[in-house]
Design a protein around this ligand. Structure first.
Ligand code: GTP
Length: 597
């Protein structure tokens, strides 16, 4: 065990985590040049295209240092706030972390919030100044920032370049010299932390874990403590570029397990694996059931595809346990599903997977967070509101609570004013302001999650000219003055467009919403009034004018119109439009409330 090192990499997006990880893999000959792809660790297609790490992975390297052989387990962490619980469990599986800071960009919000997580878990931090090859690199100043942040010495900072390979040997040496070997005892009852899992359609779920105490053996009967389920360890082993089956994985090491588990939801990240016969009494601390944060309706474009959509969602859920859904119906859209996602990125991924892997064309309604409503009759019993239409009638309502987050924003001193105004507009309360250096400021806000879901990140980029980084963590529910705004098209309420908004912003949002819908909904043969209302009260109105007759006149004439019909037919299924009553509504209109600025 004293020759094992478990570590992860903490870096802000684009600071070079994947490039440097690939360098470590080739320096340790874990991959041959032939096997090397553009970015090895991001092996899901979607991931590579988007250039982000969606799911974490682990990979084992072997390295000889001063005549002795070491096993280095690199535990990769997802790079997006939607997956922050997985990040926290990956960090909990390590003894050390490489803190990669871009020598031109310096420290950013994601670096800081993940660093705090690593420090809470007592990880040894190895600071790496990356991209020193860049002409715009500013090693002196960025080193000062790192020293201020960590309280380390200048000599502790390793200069590196993922591009040229410079500094990689020094990083490997520091991993061995500085990161402590895992502690643990292989003679104690089995205790292993699940920090990741993958779906394999042929072999079932692959569970990735770190053995804290004891040993896991091939064929052993094991138990997952949070779910209480028992399985046999059909196959275990360690992870190189491919799986390497073993008979035993011992305390301190990282490995995989295959037990013929068919459904992702049976395997919970953060859970403890133990022996079914001689279980440990201690579950590894920090287990949480991840809850979806953002909800939206998903409806088939063609109502006849409802059953197909259900089958596709069920299949998706087998390999993505964080997707939840329940059947719902909308007066406007018919039958569909209310789905829960970890965040907006997760929602986009699901929508994209439905289209690519299952060939489903869907309409997604405006996302909302999950609220708690209390009625006057039962003021102590919360009703979970995952769809604005489920909010009890205003006359019966006692109060509503919404989820809040703690936001960390790092920006340049020049933009502090702009960033603050934006956060205040988004109902944020500033809780802290720290000058990291004379130029760079860390701001902390408590804000409603709903305001982040809606266009916050784009606005932040604009007001800071791109010089702001942002990260957040949930901090619980708080009471808010929320009202339900409805939209009426042609005097018919369109339930799929209802939203819960703060009472103080209602008029403003109602007005903008009507304007936006007027832009987005194509003109039709007749005039269409658009109204926003709160209860019975109309707060805004716009009108979509009727098409002028001669525009359609051109379409007549046998041949052309037949061709057109044929084309329409072919395009069907690709065209995300929905006929509601006598009005055709494009997909964008359902998301209009997200794009009001
Ligand atoms: P995410 O996966 O999005 O979090 O990004 P990452 O942190 O893994 O960064 P990645 O390795 O994808 O690198 C981001 C960009 O920086 C890519 O365009 C790399 O080619 C470039 N890059 C990475 N390391 C270096 C370096 O040392 N020098 C220079 N000049 N460019 C680098």
């Amino acid at each position: 065990m004293k020759h094992i090192r478990n570590f992860c990499i903490i870096a802000h997006i684009d600071h070079g985590k994947s490039t440097l990880a690939d360098r470590l893999l080739s320096a340790t000959q874990t991959v041959s040049a032939r096997e090397e792809k553009a970015q090895l660790l991001d092996n899901m297609d979607l991931e590579r295209e988007r250039g982000i790490t969606i799911k974490s992975h682990a990979i084992q390297m072997e390295y000889t240092y001063k005549g002795e052989q070491y096993v280095l387990n690199l535990i990769d962490t997802p790079g997006h706030v939607d997956f922050s619980y997985e990040v926290s469990r990956s960090i909990a599986a390590c003894e050390g972390a490489l803190l990669i800071v871009d020598a031109a960009q310096s420290i950013q919000a994601q670096t800081i919030s993940n660093l705090y997580l690593a420090l809470e878990n007592d990880l040894e931090i190895i600071p790496v100044l990356n991209k020193v090859d860049l002409p715009s690199a500013n090693p002196e100043e960025v080193s000062d920032d790192i020293i201020d942040l960590l309280g380390c010495d200048l000599e502790d900072i390793i200069h590196a370049s993922g591009k040229t390979g410079f500094g990689v040997e020094n990083i490997l040496a520091a991993i061995i010299e500085k990161i402590p070997a895992p502690k643990g005892n292989k003679d104690e009852p089995l205790q292993a932390l699940i920090f990741d899992s993958h779906y394999n359609p042929f072999r079932g779920i692959e569970v990735i874990y770190r053995v804290v105490n004891g040993e896991i053996k091939k064929g052993q009967k094991i138990k997952f403590m949070a779910t209480g389920k028992e399985y046999y360890a059909d196959e275990i082993g360690t992870l190189k570029l491919n799986q390497v089956p073993k008979n035993v994985v011992s305390a301190g090491d990282v490995g995989y397990l295959i037990s013929g588990i068919k459904e992702a939801k049976e395997v919970k990240v953060g859970d403890t694996i133990t022996d079914a016969v001689q279980p440990t009494t201690n579950m590894i601390t920090g287990f949480e059931d991840v809850k979806p944060m953002v909800f939206a309706g998903i409806y088939p474009v063609d109502t006849e595809d409802y059953e197909d959509l259900r089958a596709s969602m069920e299949k998706l859920q087998l390999n993505d346990a964080s997707l939840v859904f329940a059947a719902e119906s909308s007066a406007a859209l018919g039958f569909g599903f209310r789905c829960g996602f970890l965040g907006m990125l997760h929602m986009e991924i699901i929508q994209e997977r439905l289209e690519r892997e299952f060939d489903m064309t869907v309409i997604t309604t405006v996302p909302n967070v999950s609220y708690l409503a209390y009625t006057k009759k039962e003021p102590d019993t919360p009703i979970i509101v995952n769809n604005p239409s489920d909010l009890p009638d205003a006359t019966k309502l006692d109060r509503v609570e919404e989820p809040y987050i703690k936001a960390t924003i790092i920006t340049k001193a020049d933009f502090v004013g702009n960033v603050m105004s934006l956060c205040i507009e988004k109902r944020g309360q500033i809780t802290n302001q720290t000058y990291l250096t004379t130029e760079r400021v860390e701001l902390n806000f408590d804000m409603p999650l709903a305001e982040i879901v809606f266009d916050f990140y784009d606005r932040l980029k604009t007001v800071s000219k791109g010089y702001a980084s942002f990260d957040y963590h949930p901090i619980g529910m708080r009471e808010s003055k929320l009202v339900k705004m409805d939209i009426l098209l042609n005097a018919n309420q369109l339930d799929a467009l209802s939203a819960l908004i703060h009472a103080d912003n209602a008029y403003n949002i109602g007005k903008k919403m009507c304007e936006k819908l007027r832009e987005l909904i194509p003109r039709q043969q007749f005039e269409i009034p658009i109204q926003a209302s709160i209860g019975a009260k109309i707060i805004a109105r716009e009108t979509i004018k009727a098409l002028r007759k001669d525009v359609t006149a051109k379409c007549y004439g046998g041949d052309i119109s037949r061709k057109r019909k044929l084309l329409e037919k072919q395009k069907k299924g690709k065209k995300r439009m929905r006929q509601v009553g006598n009005v055709e509504i494009p997909q964008e209109a359902f998301m209009a409330v997200l794009k009001l600025n």
